[in-house]
Design a binder for this molecule. Structure first.
Ligand SMILES: Nc1ncnc2c1ncn2[C@@H]1O[C@H](COP(=O)(O)OP(=O)(O)OP(=O)(O)O)[C@@H](O)[C@H]1O
Ligand SMILES: [Mg+2]
Length: 243
């Protein structure tokens, strides 16, 4: 599971001075649960997810993944997680399948396991039609699917997705949403960020509304509706962020 406590991240920016991107963020996400980070642009979602994935060190506070601390044992954390970041690059000249296999080897998986897992994921995510096409010829949505497979090929217990459906059409988005549900049902701990309220409603067991680096509210979607007196998540979100 993921457990953060008083996580803070300050950036020194020449123009803006010190920016506090993450401000005392505390939450838990259990196995078999999907936790959504909802926030406007610049809220601190990506920064939080990058800290959890050990791409960034926190300025203070702690994040512990399956009992492993991101600061004291980043290698150990990386073995527990699959991280999809917004700007994951793909090698243009490799095909989708070759790209994924390459990362499988980096994860230390043997060839038969790579093959089995690739076939399983390509089918789940409806990718077989472009499995042998070079990445440079893939559309945005196809590339995003390759990045997702790449990030979870090693079957990690914790999955961290930064805006996994960004740039995808409704069908592809739904495929990803269903994939995340499958992961949840097999006991994975999934955290993801989104701006898309309908997706959060369909997918999240719990959500946190993050703004200016701080968590304003946390609970089930229904909790937030009841607390704000609204009948849909978008209105509740705006009320929380603007209020
Ligand atoms: N490397 C950096 N240096 C300086 N400031 C940064 C850096 N990375 C992020 N920030 C700032 O931290 C704040 C939070 O950014 P972050 O990328 O975490 O937001 P976000 O919630 O992911 O937004 P979006 O929805 O637009 O992706 C913003 O004010 C951003 O400008
Ligand atoms: Mg972001």
């Amino acid at each position: 599971m993921i457990e953060t406590k008083d996580l803070c991240k300050n950036f020194k920016d020449k123009k803006r001075g010190e920016v506090r991107a993450v401000d005392h963020v505390t939450f838990r996400c259990k196995p078999g649960e999907v936790f959504g980070l909802l926030g406007p642009n610049g809220a601190g979602k990506t920064t939080t997810l990058r800290i959890i994935s050990t791409a960034l060190k926190p300025s203070s506070g702690t994040a512990v993944i399956n009992g492993v601390d991101v600061v004291t044992d980043p290698q150990g954390v990386r073995r527990q997680i699959g991280f999809l970041s917004g700007n994951t690059g793909l090698y243009g000249r490799l095909t989708a399948k070759e790209m994924v296999a390459y990362f499988g080897r980096l994860y230390g998986m043997d060839e038969s396991k790579i093959e089995k897992r690739t076939n399983e994921l390509f089918t789940l995510l409806d990718m077989n039609t472009f499995a042998n096409v070079r990445n440079e010829k893939l559309s945005t949505g196809m590339k995003q699917k390759v990045s997702i497979v790449r990030s979870v090929l090693h079957d990690p217990p914790v999955m961290v997705f930064d805006e996994p459906t960004s740039g995808l059409d409704v069908m592809s988005s739904r495929t990803i949403v269903d994939f995340i549900k499958t992961c949840r049902d097999s006991g994975k701990c999934v955290i993801f960020s989104t701006h898309i309220m309908s997706e959060a409603m369909r997918l999240c067991d719990r959500v946190a509304i993050i703004h200016n680096g701080r968590i304003y509210r946390e609970g089930t979607v229904n909790d937030l509706l009841v607390q704000t007196g609204m009948n849909n998540l978008e209105d509740a979100f705006i009320k929380i962020v603007e209020g």
